[in-house]
Design a binder for this molecule. Structure first.
Ligand code: DX5
Ligand code: ZN
Length: 225
């Protein structure tokens, strides 16, 4: 399922009811979300622990969405193969957790998944200059990773613009994803800055009128310039 406006929404399961994750995955797909975002946290890279490959494997049986797996863990290279085997379609590693980033990105692609790299708010995008050929997605974190429900940091908006410019200059079809504090109020600014994949947790799974109304509000406001 692809959207007519070219914008991809990736609902973050972190904000869903963990006792009903299968329902949350189905809700995302029937709401027209092409991606499903898995936040993997290890209690070391970020001060929180969330889900692992078994959640990916279990939900693979109920969803055909693109499984967008965001690893907020140290030594991600140790777990990539298991996540791909469990059903991940794309794996995004945090640049701050990778000593040998190019090797890690190549490993992801060699397993048949799309390779992504995430940048914390304080990390400069120029660090990606020599790995642009190895990337399918760049994730600009719009909050410090670790928790859902935070507010978008405005200083990340010029960074989104800078990353969009780097992608254009590279001539490569790299997605630009944003994650953290994306709501119907903030999404428009990130899209205008150059984002084309929106991760949203709280603003969808806790939308007062329900998930379907939340995703519609997000798309509408994101596309109204
Ligand atoms: C933050 C995670 C996000 C988080 C976003 O560490 O990477 O994916 O779930 O949550 P909201 O949309 O609630 O800010
Ligand atoms: Zn995430």
């Amino acid at each position: 399922m692809s959207s007519s406006d070219g914008l991809i929404v990736s609902p973050s399961l972190l904000a869903a009811d963990f006792g009903r994750l299968a329902d949350a995955a189905r809700e995302a797909e029937s709401g027209g979300a092409e991606y499903l975002h898995f936040d993997v946290m290890d209690g070391r890279f970020v001060p929180n622990i969330s889900m692992g490959p078994s959640a990916v494997k279990a939900l693979r049986t109920v969803s055909r969405a693109f499984f967008d797996v965001h690893l907020m863990i140290v030594e991600p290279e140790k777990y990539i193969e298991e996540f791909v085997r469990s059903g991940a379609d794309g794996i995004t590693v945090q640049i701050e957790a990778c000593t040998h980033l190019q090797r890690t990105l190549s490993l992801i692609r060699s397993l048949g998944a799309q390779a992504g790299v995430a940048l914390n708010p304080a990390t400069i995008p120029e660090q990606l200059e020599y790995v642009m050929d190895d990337l399918d997605l760049i994730l600009v974190m719009t909050v410090n990773p670790g928790f859902g429900g935070q507010k978008l940091l405005p200083a990340t908006l010029p960074k989104i613009q800078r990353v969009r410019q780097m992608i254009t200059d590279s001539g490569r079809p790299i997605h630009l994803e944003v994650d953290g504090g994306i709501t119907h109020e903030t999404a428009g600014a990130t899209v205008r800055a150059g984002a084309n994949v929106l991760v949203a947790g709280t603003s969808l799974y806790h939308y007062p009128q329900g998930f379907a109304a939340g995703i519609e509000a997000l798309r509408n406001t994101a596309m109204s310039l």
